[in-house]
Design a protein around this ligand. Sequence first.
Ligand code: HEM
Ligand SMILES: *[C@@H]1O[C@H](CO)[C@@H](O)[C@H](O)[C@H]1NC(C)=O
Ligand SMILES: *[C@@H]1O[C@H](CO)[C@@H](O)[C@H](O)[C@H]1NC(C)=O
Length: 327
Amino acid sequence: MLYKSYVRPLKMVMITNLVTVFSLMGVFAYGFRYGVGGLSMNYYLMSCPFAEPSIKNTVNRALQDDPTLAAALIRMHFHDCFIEGCDGSVLVDSTKDNTAEKDSPGNLSLRGYEVIDEIKENLERECPGVVSCADILAMAARDAVFFAGGPVYDIPNGRKDGRRSKIEDTINLPFPTFNASELIRVFGQRGFSAQEMVALSGAHTLGVARCASFKNRLSQVDPTLDTEFGRTLSRTCSSGDNAEQPFDATRNDFDNLYYNALLRKNGVLTSDQTLYTSPKTRNFVNAYAFNQAMFFFDFQQAMVKMGLLDVKDDSNGEVRQNCRKIN
Ligand code: HEM
Ligand SMILES: *[C@@H]1O[C@H](CO)[C@@H](O)[C@H](O)[C@H]1NC(C)=O
Ligand SMILES: *[C@@H]1O[C@H](CO)[C@@H](O)[C@H](O)[C@H]1NC(C)=O
């Protein structure tokens, strides 16, 4: 809160470049897994100079109409990157021969596809065939973080769109029933530290979970769940599997209340509360709960890094004409 009120824009711009340098160093340390070859800052400066402002305008307009879409865009980018790399595979529609990622049960309420379509249509008019859907999604998520009051940061671009989107790949998403060890393992497989995993989970400062995603906690006594909050969750579930429970008290504000909720055993998913229960991650939760600036800094660094996961280049990717269809 304090951070937001007076130092946000200027200071964040200054540290952004540093962050990028650090992230890219991280990339080299992790080697080819990040396939950072084609990515660079200001990638579209010559080929489509208004790409970034155009994306930001469309995102801002969409979020002014419906602020809950900020959560949707950020989550979509996460799902994109964690399955087959950040290659727009989450955007592809199923066809009669292929059931795409988005039709998996793990898609649970993914939405915001129309925003991406609108951005893509605008950009295709200005500079046809230039801006990839994977980059659009990465930039839209970045702009959504800022719109919701989170940190502003710069990301490298140049991701190409993948040619594969299969329902069976979504098995690689972390489950909401995971404990801290399992979360550390699956994020570790992608090169993230436990601390980075905790910082990324802070995206749950935005949005909601549906009863189906947390009702596992209500069938027996859960000592990691506050009694009163347990009643709140049960009340939500009395309206059915699709009933929505905000992750924290400010579902459209990017802040550190999510971590504060964990301190009070008010986490919604098993995978949220476990971050505080487990001694392996508790100190990070404490740190972010008490220091929002630290959360913002670590979050943006981790997001830049997530945006580099297994990116495609011209040898194994393309720039889709329509984000829903492989060319
Ligand atoms: C740590 C492992 C994670 C698990 C197990 C997980 C799981 C989930 C689940 C089950 C939901 C609710 C879906 C529903 O019931 O409709 C959700 C929502 C959400 N997740 Fe995660 N998530 C994780 C990490 C992340 C990360 C890394 C990000 C982004 C950087 C993210 C962003 C979001 C957002 C913004 C929402 C709210 C979506 C909305 O309101 O439309 N999550 N997540
Ligand atoms: C998610 O998958 C279900 C099938 O499991 C499908 O009916 C639904 O349309 C998908 N949602 C989105 C937003 O694509
Ligand atoms: C976490 O889950 C795994 C797999 O279910 C289990 O083997 C492990 O004991 C759990 N760890 C803790 C600390 O509960």
